[in-house]
Design a protein around this ligand. Structure first.
Ligand code: UDX
Length: 434
């Protein structure tokens, strides 16, 4: 089937590449000519393990192409995916749907045969109906159906999540559209991955509810971690003991510096907004948003306490600044709140990140970038582990301690244990919730 993917951001590019790997003929469209030129040179604008190889493979097989010409890509396509950005609108926390609606209007004008228009972007409940109205108005003769097909890709594991999903969610209104969607996802259906065929509104809601629930789970354990510190319990043991209950599950129960990234902050805030608008306040989600901000402030306090109560004049090495490992994404990363607070307090901050520098350079003004952890800690007063990249999981702790003028560690991802850190020569070690 010919598929047009409108938007070559994170979701669009991963989905387009994976659909072409299923054997479909995919054209990825973007209105940014630099991006298209880059992709045509087989360069991937984001860091996502496995994506570059899969892209090159499918371009070579002539199943995957890139274009700035939306009309040409849409014409004759069996399905057109909308995978443009839905950033948080400034001021009111709502998802900004400008790009989605603009794409819908442009697509409408280029529909030449029965086409299924699929929304992959995360959109508030009711958006697909509006997309339908926009298309019908812009092209009254168009034969089309709209489908909601939210994505559940984790950055850093997106290819695997796409190829081996926990489920595929499809919100449809007609049998014809369902058949097209089944055709597109056939390789996954053949391998028996669960598919939830539902209505448009439920599909839209599933995405927000799932992300808000996961954000709640993380925030819950972060709050428990704060209490563990007060009562002398160990949050790692608590997570383990809780997670073994099959109804709870052990995933997303790692205490840390708060969730970040492109989805949880944006989607929780949009859900809270949708709730307010429908007079069904999402009180739990609203509390989650508030507590997640407090977690970051608590981390700043923790590091300040480690530095004898003042950042002033201290040199601090920060290991990891992206919102999580295996991505170069800095969106809503806890580092964006924590590093400026340290610099604002008078600290000299050195940062290391395997992929974060390209984006982080502008976002963390005043921070000094180093190539590796050992260089960053030279003569430092404290080291902070902020993102659990593999290269920070097995550090030579003795070497690290020896290079520092005052060997102290804040381990905000609970990678190490107090015993091993102190044994290596550190004077102080503070984890989270232990
Ligand atoms: C998330 C969802 O998992 C995915 O299904 C959705 O489609 C997009 O949003 P992503 O943002 O890539 O994916 O990352 P994820 O691995 O879910 O982590 C999100 C944040 O939560 C990170 O900041 C991470 O550090 C934090 N986190 C996660 C924790 O603090 N503790 C945990 O136990 C798990």
């Amino acid at each position: 089937m010919k598929i047009a993917m409108v938007g070559t951001g994170y979701v669009g590019l991963v989905s387009g590449v994976c659909f072409s790997d299923f054997g479909h003929e995919v054209v990825c469209v973007d209105n940014n000519p630099d991006k298209i030129a880059m992709l045509e040179r087989l360069e991937v604008p984001i860091y996502e393990p496995g994506l570059e190889g899969l892209l090159a493979k499918n371009v070579a097989a002539e199943r995957l192409t890139f274009s700035g010409d939306l009309a040409d890509a849409v014409s004759g396509a069996g399905a057109v995916f909308i995978a443009v950005g839905t950033p948080t609108r400034r001021g009111d926390g709502h998802a900004d749907l400008t790009y989605v609606f603009a794409a819908a209007e442009q697509i409408a004008k280029s529909i030449t045969c029965y086409t299924v228009v699929v929304t992959k972007s995360t959109v508030p409940v009711g958006t697909n109906r509006r997309v339908k109205e926009i298309i019908a108005k812009a092209n009254p003769d168009a034969k089309f159906d709209v489908v909601s097909n939210p994505e559940f890709l984790r950055e850093g594991a997106a290819i695997d999540d796409f190829m081996r999903p926990d489920r595929v969610v499809v919100g449809v209104e007609t049998q014809e559209a369902e058949t097209v969607m089944r055709d597109i996802y056939r390789p996954l259906f053949l391998r028996d991955f669960p598919v939830v065929i539902t209505d448009l509104e439920s599909a839209e809601m599933i995405k927000y509810a799932a992300n808000a629930f996961l954000a709640t789970k993380i925030t819950f354990i972060n709050e428990i971690a704060a209490l563990c510190e007060k009562v002398g319990a160990d949050v790692k043991q608590v997570s383990k003991g809780m997670g073994l209950d099959g109804r709870i599950g052990n995933k997303f129960l790692h205490a840390g510096p708060g969730y970040g990234g492109s989805c949880f902050p944006k989607d929780t805030s949009a859900l809270a907004r949708i709730g307010q608008e429908h007079a069904a306040p999402m009180q739990i989600t609203e509390a989650v948003i508030k507590v997640n901000e407090e977690v970051k402030r608590r981390m700043v306090q923790k590091i300040e306490d480690l530095c004898d109560g003042s950042f002033n004049g201290k040199t601090i090495a920060v290991l990891g600044v992206t919102f999580k490992p295996n991505t170069d994404d800095m969106r809503d990363a806890p580092s964006l709140a924590i590093v400026p607070a340290m610099i604002g307090g008078g600290a000299k901050v050195r940062v290391v990140d395997p992929q974060g520098k390209r984006e982080g350079l502008d976002l963390l003004p005043g921070a000094q970038w180093c190539d590796d952890a050992y260089t960053a800690v030279q003569d430092a007063d404290a080291v902070v582990i902020l993102t659990e990249w593999n290269e920070f999981r097995a550090l030579d702790l003795e070497r690290l301690a020896q290079g520092m003028s005052n060997a102290r560690m804040a381990d905000l991802r609970n990678i190490y244990s107090e015993n091993e850190v102190i044994r290596a020569g550190f004077g102080k070690y503070v984890p989270v919730g232990r």
